[in-house]
Structure formats: C-alpha cells, structure tokens
Ligand binder design. Structure first.
Ligand code: GLU
Ligand code: MG
Length: 444
C-alpha cells in the first residue's frame, strides 16, 4: 500500500504539476480556514509547518500570542479537481495547528478528535463514522429563502436540475476520494441529502468539511445557494446530520453479537448508554447554534427525547436492522447532530460519550417500542425519558456544568467554546426578532 508521507506529496505535486497548495484547518466553530503556499514553499512547510496569524480566527489565540504554525498532514493531500488554471493545479492538505515552538495547540479541534481516537486506540478500538448530510438549495442567500423546486419557481429551475447539481457534487467528491453511499431528495421541498460511506473518524471529519465546501461551491457555480443551516424555514423539516457509528477491533465489528436478540454486543449497549447519558452535555457541540434548537421540535422527524429504538425513526438513537451476513454493518445512528456542527468536535464528543459508557460500564437502557411523542409528559417522566435542551441557553448551562465535557474537549477549548456561545446567546437574547415585530407591533 502507498505510504502517503512527505515524499509522496512531493512526488504527487510534481506528477500533477500542482503549483499551489491550500492549507486547510478549522476554527472552534467548524469554519474552514485556508491559506495558500506556492510550490517553492512546500518542502519547508512539510518539514516545519507554515506560519500564519491566528489572532483573527474564532477561538484561536489572542493578539499577544498570535503567531501559529499549520503543519500539513501529508495523508490528506488531494488535488482540487474544480480548480486548474494556466499556472497549474491546486491541491489541499488538512493541517494540525502548532505553537511556533512546535508544540501542539490544544484548542485545535483536529487535535481534540485525534486525542479521543488515541483513547479509543489504547482500548484497541478503531472508530468508524458515516454521516448523512442534509441541506437545502435556495435561489440565493437572500431572505426569505426561496426553494428551487417549490411553487412558482418550478418552471424556472425544474426539479431535475437540483438533482443534477447534487449529482455533480457526488462526482466531484468521488474525484477527491470521498465515497458517497447514496444521495437523494429529502422530505422538504428543495432539501437534499448526501450520505458518506463510513471511514475512520479523522478522515471523515476532513471529508465532512470537504463535502460541505464542495456542495456550496457547486451550488455557487450554478448560480444557486446551498445551506446546511439547521432550520432555515419555519414549518418544514430542518437539516440533520444523522451519524452512524461503530467500533472495530482487529478488523471485527465489536458492536455485533450473534447471540443477542438485537444482535448487539455488551459493548454496543454500553456505548448507547454513554450516548444517552451525555448527549445533553455535548448538545452544545452537536447542535451549536441558536437555530439548531428550532430544528429539535416534535413533528419534523428530528429527535427531541432521549430514547433509543431498533427501527423507529423518531428516536434519538436508532439501531438499523441487522441483515444476515452483514455483521460489519452493525452500528448505532445518533440523530441529534446537525450539519452545521464542527465535525471534529462532534465526532470526538460522541466517541468520548460512548467510551465513557464502556469504561464505566453504564447500565443497559432498554429500547422504547412505543412512540415517545405520543406519550404524556407524566408517562415520559415515569419512564425516565429526558429531552434534549430546548434552546442554546439550556445547552450552554448543561455543558458548563459538565466535568465530562470539560475532559472530553480539554479545558482550553471547553472554556473558549462556552465563552463564545454565551456571546452568541447574548446577541440573540437582546435582538428584536421579526417574530416579535409581527406578533406584537400591530397589537401592543
Ligand atoms: N430532516 C430530519 C432531521 O432533521 C431527518 C429526516 C430523515 O432523514 O429521516 O433530522
Ligand atoms: Mg435524512
């Protein structure tokens, strides 16, 4: 097998006549940051990292310590197929963020994920994830959003055209080495979904970032706008990022047990118990925006209550049904995350929750057969079924009190995230919204 190291990157660069290298990393909120270096700088950058000013980057260093280094990860080298001009090709590499003295920058989300994966590796586990990314195509980013395949615009941009954009996206991803398991139109008008074929979590966090960018770029190229905003339109479904997860040990899926009535191992059950126990604490990560909580309401196939089930789609955790001979596909699907999360931190916290369940031997939580939405509040309370936070403020308050989350994210990133989110909540809380104006101005 090809070793994707520095030497390989230099060879690839020469072979494909790449003249520019985009160095990618993410900020604390999962926004993609990029700066470019020319071919002449590549060798040094691969050896020592490339310097940049971190002071303007969300959640990164303060002015007085603003110089940082981006150390490219050679294994993520990939030619960007859409960009090629008279100067040659353009490639990207994801980077780890270091201090100028070469030590690890602890607030780097990619590092937080790597550290959690290491914890899993020490127990002998490899963590695999497969996300389902939902998004909308709109005519533009203008307010109010206008879909492509609803009402009046049907003639202007026929429904098939949106499927063409999606297909174009899938092909572009394939060219970049990202496998798409399936893609389809989603429930709401103008809503689409791309399901990425499962890989190890670090590769998948990188691929999730790439996928979001490619979806947006292809939309832009076609003069439309794509958004992963969790709930862009009131009254119709929002965008989720259901995340399928499994643990492997030495090539075998440790979630599978042929003798269990649900084909789930003890490990899988403890993992589920970990997700259910900690999901409220990491909601601030998996659902990090004010808008995220507008999606998590009853009636739109998004989860609200903390229950798990084998098939029922209304529950927070679902275990897709077992198909004989497909034991490696045994997995749990967490349905709360949305695609506007920081995938590095989201995958890290999901895994940390599951591992906590395994290590601390959390008790098995029985699946719920009934529809939790049809139960009365009393019934849910009697059965101990809690709910996800109702809004960002509740998520902040729960997260802030969580020693588990502090450990999972590491103190420096934990405190910055809380501070950042409090600022967002304060802006929102004091904002006079169009809802209030419409409701109150004519009457009060
Ligand atoms: N869009 C729904 C959500 O917000 C999910 C629809 C589905 O794939 O079942 O999670
Ligand atoms: Mg879906």
């Amino acid at each position: 097998m090809e070793v994707k190291d520095k030497k390989w990157v230099l060879e690839q660069a020469r072979k494909h006549k790449v003249s520019f290298f985009r160095l990618w990393f993410v900020d604390i909120l999962g926004f993609l940051k990029s700066f470019s270096i020319p071919l002449e700088e590549l060798e040094v950058a691969l050896e020592e990292g490339a310097g940049f000013d971190g002071s303007s980057i969300e959640g990164f260093s303060r002015i007085e310590e603003s110089d940082m280094m981006a150390m490219p990860d050679p294994s993520t080298f990939c030619i960007i197929p859409q960009v090629r001009d008279q100067f040659g090709g353009v490639a990207r590499m994801f980077c780890d963020i270091l201090h100028t003295d070469g030590t690890q920058y602890e607030e780097d989300p990619r590092y937080v994920l790597k550290r959690t994966l290491k914890r899993a590796a020490e127990l002998g586990y490899t963590f695999y994830v497969g996300p389902e990314l939902e998004y909308f195509y709109f005519k533009s980013s203008q307010i109010p959003p206008q879909g492509l395949d609803d009402g009046g615009y049907f003639d202007l941009v026929p429904q098939d055209l949106a499927s063409d954009f999606r297909r174009e996206t899938v092909f572009a991803l394939k060219k970049m080495g990202i496998e798409v398991e399936c893609s389809h139109h989603e429930v709401a008008p103008s809503q689409h979904e791309i399901d990425l074929r499962y890989t190890d979590a670090l590769s998948m966090a990188d691929s999730t970032m790439t996928c979001r960018l490619v979806v947006k770029e292809i939309a832009l190229k076609n003069n439309i706008y794509a958004t992963f905003m969790p709930k862009p339109v009131y009254g119709i479904c929002g965008n989720g990022m259901h995340t399928h997860q499994s643990l492997f040990k030495g090539g075998a899926n440790v979630f599978f047990d042929p003798d269990d009535e649900h084909h789930l191992s003890e490990i899988a059950k403890r993992y589920i118990a970990g997700l259910l126990r900690h999901v409220r604490e990491f909601a601030l990560v998996s659902n990090q925006w004010v808008n995220s909580y507008k999606r998590l309401v009853p009636g739109f196939e998004a989860p609200v209550y903390l229950s798990w089930a084998l098939r029922n789609r209304s529950d927070l955790v679902r275990v897709p049904s077992y198909k004989p001979g497909k034991e490696e596909a045994t997995r749990v699907e967490l349905r709360s995350p949305d695609p506007a999360c920081n995938p590095y931190l989201a995958y890290a916290t999901m895994l940390a929750a599951g591992l906590e369940g395994i290590e601390k031997e959390y008790d098995f939580v029985p699946p719920v057969k009934e529809n939790v939405y049809e139960m009365s509040d009393e019934e849910r309370q009697r059965r101990g079924i809690k709910s996800l936070p109702e809004n960002l403020w509740e998520a902040i308050k729960i997260a802030e009190k969580s020693e588990w989350l502090k450990k999972a994210l590491g103190k420096p990133l934990f405190y910055k995230l809380i501070e950042n989110k409090k600022m967002e909540w304060e802006r929102y809380r004091s904002h006079v919204t169009s809802y209030e104006l419409e409701e109150y101005l004519p009457r009060l």
